[in-house]
Design a protein around this ligand. Structure first.
Ligand code: GDP
Ligand code: IMO
Ligand code: MG
Length: 431
């Protein structure tokens, strides 16, 4: 059976949540495989808006939703999010939701450290979501994480806590903070453990069984490829691999499981937090994109930085992530612009580049080379067929396709679930 992997092809907030919600109705299971509650996915269904950070977006359609081992899990944030969604009438039980038992936990010390580091970083500040994501991934790789499975053995935690605190106490001393309060930490874990344990399971095994039964699996990426810790605009990135290949290690299925890789691409560009952004518009046009696109962060409510579409970046991220086809979102935000620009290359000192170089200092000096297109009269908002689009909007979409060397599988024309032009159903057609 075909599977689909959804990833963000820019700096996040491309509209992954809306597309995953649409696809979830056609899937048997939705799986998160990286990131944590730094993600913010907004789903609009009729009159109701759902905001998800940690729960897979499939939960809203009632599709079985699983959190894979590649995610870092804040159990208190999870409990709050579940309560919020239940308040909106969404049912979340061990029948439709599960968490990998080998998933590392985000602890209060991680959150504190994230904040302390950002405050001390001066001009090197990353602008993180301060959710403790980076410190939690560091502890996973440093082999001192407490994981979901450990919640069943809290009386045996001493060796783990010794390792964890030896590391954190040294760091905290450097920041002038008291050592970790071990007793308080254990008490907090004891209090939340039963809630998390209801959902804990070997997700790799569950997925294997589901896959053998012929289920359609939908992998839901968080963030975007430009925030990938290897391939992104390092060091202004998140601390996980956001590329499609992470599906394998982050869920426990082999690399062939990824299936159709659907890259979600916004019709312009946005970014939250610090770091290079060649096509950023620090003017009225940028302001207009932000207002028309409602570009405010779902998680931190920060204003998103806005700029023209950068075809160089998206060609690069589609190549790196092996994207099969893209879902182009927020085309309607460009309605009414007299002219629209697309970045097709960079001028770096005396050289012209057709890719983003790796060094942050060079990325910051890249000057975009633009081509200009006429905008369109009329609206694309709510269009569900090609025939509903102005000819000039179709021209813009076709030009993007050409420049990024990747076909458009769908076009999204409003936040609403059904306002989508489908070219190719990723589940139905994998060739
Ligand atoms: P994600 O992090 O990739 O899931 O994206 P976010 O949910 O953080 O941000 C995307 C925002 O754009 C949300 O508020 C969506 O409701 C909205 N959105 C998604 N697709 C479209 C679209 O085609 N047009 C418009 N105008 N808004 C959209
Ligand atoms: P979704 O899934 C946009 C950004 C932060 C910061 C950097 C590192 O909604 O697309 P972190 O807290 O992860 O250590 O912060 O990454 N960032 C996102 N930007 N969308 C997201 O998720 C993001 N998740 C993290 O703003 O610049
Ligand atoms: Mg988001």
């Amino acid at each position: 059976m075909p599977n689909v992997t959804v990833i963000g092809a820019q700096w996040g907030d491309e509209g992954k949540g809306k597309i995953v919600d649409w696809l979830a109705a056609r899937a048997d299971v939705v799986v998160r495989f990286q990131g944590g509650h730094n993600a913010g996915h907004t789903l609009v269904v009729g009159e109701t808006t759902y905001k998800l950070s940690l729960l897979p977006s499939g939960i809203v359609t009632g599709t079985l939703s699983l959190i894979g081992n590649g995610v870092v899990l804040d159990p208190w944030a999870l409990r709050d999010e579940i309560a919020r969604l239940e308040g909106q009438g969404v049912t979340i039980t061990p029948d439709n939701f599960g968490i990998a038992d080998n998933c590392p936990l985000i602890l209060p010390v991680h959150r504190e450290l994230d904040g302390l580091r950002e405050a001390a970083a001066g001009s090197g500040k990353i602008g993180t979501t301060k959710r403790g994501i980076g410190p939690a991934y560091e502890d996973k790789v440093g082999r001192r994480a407490i994981r979901v499975c450990d919640l069943a053995h809290l009386t045996d935690l001493d060796p783990l806590l010794d390792r964890l605190c030896a590391h954190h106490d040294a760091l905290r001393t450097g920041f002038g903070e008291p050592p970790v309060d071990r007793a308080a930490l254990v008490a907090e874990l004891e209090e939340v453990a039963p809630f998390v344990q209801r959902f804990a399971q070997p997700v790799w095994k569950r997925l294997r069984e589901i896959r053998q039964e012929g289920a359609r699996i939908l992998f839901e990426g968080a963030q975007g490829v430009l925030l990938d810790v290897d391939h992104g605009t390092y060091p202004f990135v998140t601390s996980s691999n956001t590329v499609s290949g992470t599906v394998a290690s982050g869920s426990g299925l082999g690399p062939s499981a990824a299936g159709f890789v659907l890259g979600i691409v916004k019709a312009y560009t946005t970014r939250v937090g610090s770091g290079p952004f060649p096509t950023e518009l620090d003017d009225e046009t940028g302001q207009r994109l932000g207002e028309r696109g409602c570009e405010f962060g779902t998680v931190t409510a920060r204003k998103r930085r806005c700029g023209w579409f950068d075809a160089v970046l998206v060609r690069q991220t589609c190549a790196i992530s092996g994207v099969t086809g893209i879902a182009l979102t927020k085309v309607d935000v460009l309605d009414g612009f007299e002219t629209i620009r697309i970045c097709t290359g960079y001028q770096l000192d005396d050289r012209q580049l057709d890719y983003l170089p790796a060094a942050a200092a060079e990325q910051a000096r890249c000057v975009p080379i633009y081509e200009e297109m006429e905008g369109w009269n009329g609206t694309t908002r709510g269009a569900r067929r090609w025939a509903d689009l102005p000819a000039q909007a179709i021209k813009y979409i076709r030009r993007i396709e050409e420049l990024i060397e990747c076909p458009v599988a769908s076009v999204s024309t409003s936040p609403e679930r059904e306002d989508t032009i489908l070219v190719r159903n990723p589940f139905a057609d994998q060739n």
